[in-house]
Design a protein around this ligand. Structure first.
Ligand code: UDX
Ligand code: UDX
Length: 461
């Protein structure tokens, strides 16, 4: 009944970090289009309908509030949404396979395929299916075959519209994207879909920033974009290891090289390592793809980006143990930040997971603090044994601690009262700044022994 008020109906399957914010922005910017976001998880849908959204993302609640109940709807009735919508975005998760052929590298497409088969089962009219999930190259081809092998005479046109939003800045990225990428087939039907999707985004994105390509280029561009971003971090992290041996300073080196306009300043912050749901998974996907085509040198090249990242986080923990006189057993260590980056509660592939597990292996007493990620941290560490505490209050975390280990670049960690923290800690007191966000000179003056990434340690001994 309500549908008549709207020019079009879009559905999105998968109300996660990608599907939820993306659809909220489409709905807010296109009041003439009905947007229904569906998910098999009832608690998730309930949360999207409440004041307590299932994910933390700055600005998200305002956008959701604007459109929810007007033209943005959340539901668990997947079949009804499929039937009703002309365009279906698919944003279900595509984790790395944990079993069988390609385990540990290839993408697990079972949710995607299940979703495609369900679309075929319940659809009663032609549909545009848009891949939002990151998928291996040529997935659209396979999906097209599954979808169009129906005997109902229904045509499905598959397009690829990879999402480039970064968590923590999702709303900003969606409202003002560097580019929107639309991959379609270059047939008559494909080009008509291309036009329809361009017109959708043109509600708020300058047409000059809407790029079109063939489907395979769009799929590969998503993997390549994430691989290039991750490669920059591994590159600067490799330089950070050299800095620590040579007394060069990685911030100075990063600044100097970033001033070359051909290199650019972004994504050159050395750190304890990159995390997040995408970088590792997408690079592994690229590695698998390369191996599949017999391109072993290419596979090894990209795999080293991940190896370097693993090395960086291992190095961070080793440096802690070595600085603290080669034993951290029974020492209380406050881990500042558990999210994989600032401004999100997401902890998927967070380097902090590895750091905490390693510290527990060494029998340290670990206390994890984070402004948004405590609930996820508890899940991630549920199987851990040893002395492990959680608190949202960093001042409670440092009481009686020998060391602070900064794992997430939360702005609030810059603003803490470090004199108060020093007073509450055991001496000698250590700070290991895995994000290079603190004022190291000042901490040293207060009395801390300070170990940044890629810089000379400042010690009182
Ligand atoms: C996901 C993919 O992981 C990523 O590769 C892609 O780029 C975008 O989509 P994200 O949104 O972060 O990323 O995943 P997640 O937060 O796990 O959301 C997926 C949602 O799909 C979950 O809420 C899950 O319940 C839902 N889902 C999964 C379905 O509704 N149906 C299914 O069959 C499987
Ligand atoms: C990434 C891509 O940026 C985005 O375009 C894509 O859609 C999904 O994957 P996201 O994983 O949300 O987004 O976060 P991103 O900002 O890219 O950060 C990834 C990781 O790299 C974080 O752990 C971050 O702390 C780390 N990082 C980033 C660094 O260590 N140094 C840097 O200079 C930048």
């Amino acid at each position: 009944m309500a549908t008549r008020r709207f020019k079009k109906h879009i559905a999105c399957i998968g109300a996660g970090y990608v599907g939820g914010p993306t659809m909220a922005v489409i709905a807010a910017k296109c009041p003439d289009i009905k947007v229904t976001v569906v998910d098999i998880s009832a608690p998730r849908i309930k949360a999207w309908e409440s004041d307590n959204l299932p994910i933390y993302e700055p600005g998200l609640f305002d956008v959701v509030k604007k459109a929810r109940g007007r033209n943005l709807f959340f539901s668990t009735d997947v079949d009804a949404a499929i039937k009703d919508a002309g365009i279906i975005f698919v944003s279900v998760n595509t984790p790395t396979k944990t079993f069988g052929e390609g385990a540990g590298k290839a993408a697990d497409l079972q949710y995607w395929e299940k979703t495609a088969r369900n679309i075929v089962k319940v659809a009663t009219s032609n549909k545009i299916i848009v891949e939002k999930s990151t998928l291996p190259v040529r997935t659209a081809h396979a999906m097209e075959r599954i979808l169009n092998a129906n005997e109902k005479g229904i045509h499905f046109e598959v397009a690829s519209n990879p999402e480039f939003l970064a968590e923590g800045s999702a709303i900003k990225d969606l409202l003002n994207p560097d580019r929107v990428l639309l991959g379609t087939q270059e047939t008559k039907a494909g080009l008509a879909v291309r036009k329809e999707l361009v017109d959708l985004y043109a509600h708020w994105v300058n047409r000059a920033n809407i790029i079109t390509s063939n489907v395979w280029s769009a799929e590969l561009s998503k993997l390549a974009a994430n691989a290039f971003l991750a490669q920059r971090i591994s590159s600067i992290n490799s330089i950070s290891a050299i800095c620590e041996k040579t007394e060069a300073d990685v911030s100075e080196v990063g600044y100097a090289i970033g001033r070359d306009s051909r290199i650019g300043a972004k994504f050159l912050q050395a750190s304890v390592g990159f995390g997040g749901s995408c970088f590792k998974k997408d690079i592994l996907n690229l590695v698998y793809l390369s191996e599949h085509y017999g391109l072993s040198e290419v596979a090894q090249y990209w795999e080293n980006v991940i190896k370097l990242n693993d090395y960086q986080v291992t190095r961070f923990v080793r440096a802690m143990i070595s600085a603290m006189f080669n034993t951290i057993a029974k020492k209380r260590i406050a881990v500042f930040g558990f999210a994989f980056k600032a401004n999100t509660g997401d902890t998927r592939e967070s380097p902090a997971i590895y750091v905490v597990k390693k510290l527990l292996d060494e029998h340290a007493c670990v206390v994890v603090t984070d402004p948004k990620a405590i609930a996820n941290a508890k899940d991630d560490l549920a199987d851990c044994t040893g002395s492990l505490e959680f608190t949202a209050d960093p001042y409670a975390a440092v009481r009686g601690a020998h060391a602070v280990a900064v794992c997430t670049e939360w702005d609030e960690y810059r603003k803490l009262d470090y004199r108060r923290i020093f007073a509450a800690m055991e001496k000698p007191a250590f700070v290991f700044d895995g994000r290079n966000i603190l004022d190291h000179g000042r901490l040293f003056e207060i009395g801390f022994n300070v170990f940044p990434i890629g810089k000379k340690p400042l010690t009182h001994y």
